[in-house]
Ligand binder design. Structure first.
Ligand code: ADE
Length: 371
């Protein structure tokens, strides 16, 4: 199987990591065109393209190597896999890596983009034998579409009705064998029947400091930016254990280094640039701090419901749940209780506030583990 073409079946948003990443090898990337382009193109150019280039998530990568190796040796189609975790940890990247390692085409779509049965039919009938189909935000599939996916996943079959009323005819289409790669930021929202149809699910973790440093150094090397160990540490420490954020901050720090220094990045230019970009020492940005300050100051440390926090910030509840809270929970600045969210003593301390005696200690341990 020498073919490989990664296509975006939605023609649109696929979660920010879609697209093709250039030629083989881990050498410098053609970033000129990318630079004139978008953040998405920048991220794509820096994405690892195979298992060897992938840094971190070691247990997962080892498991995937075994599954891919066995499928290639046995000449069978890889089972359906599901990846869960906060945005930016590499779920889309993994889909591209798996397709590359299998030597198959990857078709990319997302739950919200498949908004009627015809779109699902078009996606499935365009698949070639052995291809992989990536569905991002799979928890947002409409339940009717999801039900139509079950026979496709299980028996590689798709049931269609042609025509209307008494003349409608049921037609069963046989599909090629394919691999469904699903990604979700909200594992808890997936239905049990859909979960059951995946051969394997995996929760991606935030990356630890050594892995984040290695990712920052690799990205800098690929785009020919000089960075020393302190510079890489500073960016890594403030990137919330998330490669996508690290690559975004690297680009911004590079701008400061170019305009205000000799273009190379050290700890001091990285630190001052990130301060000016309002990314604090723990990697919290203004939304994170607004969220924390809302609980600590407006709601007296909590417990407070997510809807009240969202209203106080004029922010979507989903954004808070999927983007802001997972990291604040991970570093132990907040805690979730049956009565609502509460700020921990560590959270108060981070905001420069005195914690009330009711506040639980929080997770200095967690924070230590990450950073
Ligand atoms: N760039 C973004 N994520 C990465 C990863 N996990 N390994 C290497 N480079 C990356």
């Amino acid at each position: 199987m020498a073919r490989k073409k990664h296509t975006d079946g939605t023609g649109g948003n696929n979660g920010g990591e879609g697209g093709e990443g250039g030629d083989g090898g881990d050498g410098p990337r053609e970033i000129g065109a990318t630079e004139r382009n978008t953040e998405r193109a920048w991220q794509t150019a820096l994405r690892p393209r195979n298992f060897d280039e992938y840094i971190g998530q070691r247990d997962l990568i080892e498991n995937l190597k075994v599954a891919v190796g066995a499928a290639k040796q046995g000449k069978w189609t890889l089972d359906h896999f599901l990846f869960a975790g906060p945005p930016g940890l590499g779920k889309t990247t993994l889909a591209h890596v798996i397709a590359t390692e299998m030597g198959v085409n990857l078709h990319v779509s997302s739950g919200p983009a498949i908004d009627h049965k015809g779109k699902l039919a078009a996606l499935l009938t365009n698949l070639g034998e052995g291809d992989a189909l990536f569905i991002d935000e799979i928890h947002r599939l409409h339940p009717v579409i999801e039900e139509n996916l079950y026979p496709a996943m299980e028996d590689f079959r798709f049931d269609l009705f042609i025509g209307d009323g008494p003349h409608a005819k049921a037609v069963t289409m046989q599909l090629p064998r394919f691999t469904l790669l699903g990604a979700t930021t909200r594992m808890g929202l997936l239905s049990a029947p859909l979960l059951d149809r995946f051969g394997f699910h995996w929760q991606l973790r935030y990356y630890d400091l050594p892995d984040m440093k290695a990712i920052v150094k690799r990205s800098a090397r690929l785009i020919d930016i000089e960075i020393d160990d302190d510079g890489a540490t500073e960016i890594a420490r403030r990137s919330r254990g998330t490669p996508r954020i690290a690559n975004r901050l690297l680009r911004r720090v590079r701008d400061f280094a170019k305009m205000e220094s000799d273009g190379s990045i050290d700890g001091s230019i990285a630190g001052s640039s990130l301060d000016r970009l309002a990314v604090d020492h723990a990697g919290l940005d203004s939304l994170d701090r607004g969220y924390l300050s809302s609980i600590c100051e407006r709601f007296d440390g909590g417990p407070v419901g997510i809807e009240s926090i969202a209203a106080s910030l004029s922010e979507e509840r989903g954004t808070l749940e999927e983007v802001v809270e997972p990291f604040l929970l991970q570093v132990g600045f907040i805690s979730r209780t049956p009565r609502g969210r509460i700020a921990t003593a560590a959270g108060f301390q981070h905001m420069g506030l005195v914690a009330p005696s009711k506040a639980p200690t929080g997770g200095a341990g967690n924070q230590g583990r990450l950073f």
